[in-house]
Ligand binder design. Structure first.
Ligand SMILES: *Cc1c(COP(=O)(O)O)cnc(C)c1O
Length: 387
């Protein structure tokens, strides 16, 4: 057992389960906070959709981050975890009436609005409740990760946000709506971005848009640049921290903030991915004619990223002391041929009962779990629980 990384107590817990290293989470949050406090106007929100485990939320809340929510359920989870509603922003392409009402009832910081019909409904509901809704408009900046894919997704992303051409028109519309207060602009260019040039392009685009709006005397209080900073899924053990330095420096260097403006970030993956592992037990080792399979008790119901996005996660055998290695396909027990964690993985010679850790599972793991095949949800334990 690699007891440097994993406490011995793990061996006694029913598998599969998520294991969260809270020291790493705290180091990550401290690093984020140090950049946030050294650059004036910077304000970091946690994109709660990455992982809403209450134990992690409590720690994230203690570090004073705001929250980015994309549903009413996430607003409620944030409130329950003790986040200050005045630090909650609410995005999402299609907000239900009850979700808008919940946001208004808690006086959240702002709604990130993605279309004119949505703006009108928020105004109507705010009027009925005798409230004013703060809004940022989500603008599609046509830079970054999304534009690297084909034209078909370029059209599909129209589902998200307002086009740059329509921006001024929609801002002027906000000024005619009695119970809407326009606060600024929101962007989000994609996820798992490691190439800073995508963020650089976003900064330049925002500078241009700000220049344009300044000529119209539009006042902008908040610029929200979304999330998307990637992590190292290939070598998470040697590189357990996202490149916050380059990320925040890029915005500091390139984005021209005006006096009194605040720059909001919405990081999900970069906050929680590396602190989480999915711990699973080897049930069988099956030798086919061509391939050997390590069949484990976790499946795509516990971590769907490999099946859904062909995502790669590092897999390690944490209990074997075997000196020999072998090459395996690591597969789950679900009745789906896509229930494969990875193929051609080199592991110490693996036996029934060996514990396997699937690394970098803190983001979009537990949060995307399902009960397909009537499987129970895997529980989440933290290093604080186990020592
Ligand atoms: C998903 C999402 C995020 C977080 O993305 P990460 O890649 O996990 O940092 C931030 N903002 C919005 C609007 C999102 O939809």
């Amino acid at each position: 057992m690699n007891t440097n990384r994993y406490p011995k107590a793990l061996e006694t817990i029913q598998t599969p389960f998520y294991y969260y290293d809270t020291d790493l989470l705290r180091r990550t949050l401290a690093c984020i906070k140090s950049y946030e406090s050294s650059y004036e106007g910077f304000c970091v929100h946690y994109a709660i959709k990455a992982n809403a485990n209450p134990k992690l939320l409590k720690i994230i809340q203690e570090y004073g981050l705001g929250v980015d929510c994309v549903s009413g359920g996430e607003i409620q989870a944030s409130i329950d975890a003790g986040f200050d509603p005045s630090k909650i922003v609410f995005a999402g392409v299609a907000k239900s009436d009850w979700e808008i009402e919940l946001g208004l009832a808690h006086n959240i910081l702002c709604f990130n609005v993605e279309s004119i019909p949505e703006l009108e409904v928020i105004n109507q509901i705010a009027t009925d409740k005798n409230k004013t809704a703060n809004v940022c408009l989500r603008i599609n900046p046509e830079v970054g990760a999304h534009t690297h894919t084909n034209i078909a997704t370029g059209r599909a992303e129209d589902k998200f946000g307002i086009s740059m051409e329509d921006m001024e028109k929609v801002i002027h519309l906000t000024q005619t709506l009695s119970n809407i207060h326009f606060m600024g602009l929101h962007f989000h260019i994609g996820s798992q971005i490691l190439d800073m040039s995508d963020f650089e392009a976003l900064c330049r685009r925002i500078n241009d848009l700000q220049d344009q709006l300044e000529q119209q005397n539009v006042k902008i209080e908040i610029i929200n640049v979304g999330g998307g900073l990637g992590v190292d899924y290939d070598s998470p053990e040697s590189n357990d921290m996202a490149d916050f330095e380059s990320y925040f420096n890029t915005y500091h260097r390139l984005l021209r903030l005006r006096q009194g403006q605040s720059l909001h970030f919405e990081l999900g993956r970069a906050v929680v991915a590396q602190c989480g592992s999915l711990i699973t037990k080897t049930l069988y080792v099956k030798e086919g004619n061509q391939r050997k399979f390590v069949m484990v008790d976790a499946g795509m119901t516990d971590l769907i990223r490999p099946a859904l996005y062909q995502a790669h996660h590092k897999i390690v055998n944490i209990s074997s002391e075997a000196e020999t290695t072998d090459t395996y396909d690591v597969v789950g027990p679900i009745c789906e041929s896509s229930d494969v964690f990875d193929t051609d993985v080199t592991l110490p010679t693996t036996r029934r009962g060996d514990l396997i850790a699937i690394l970098s599972a803190g983001a979009y793991g537990e949060a995307m779990a399902s009960r397909y095949n009537c499987r129970p949800f895997a529980k989440g334990y933290t290093s604080d629980d186990l020592c």
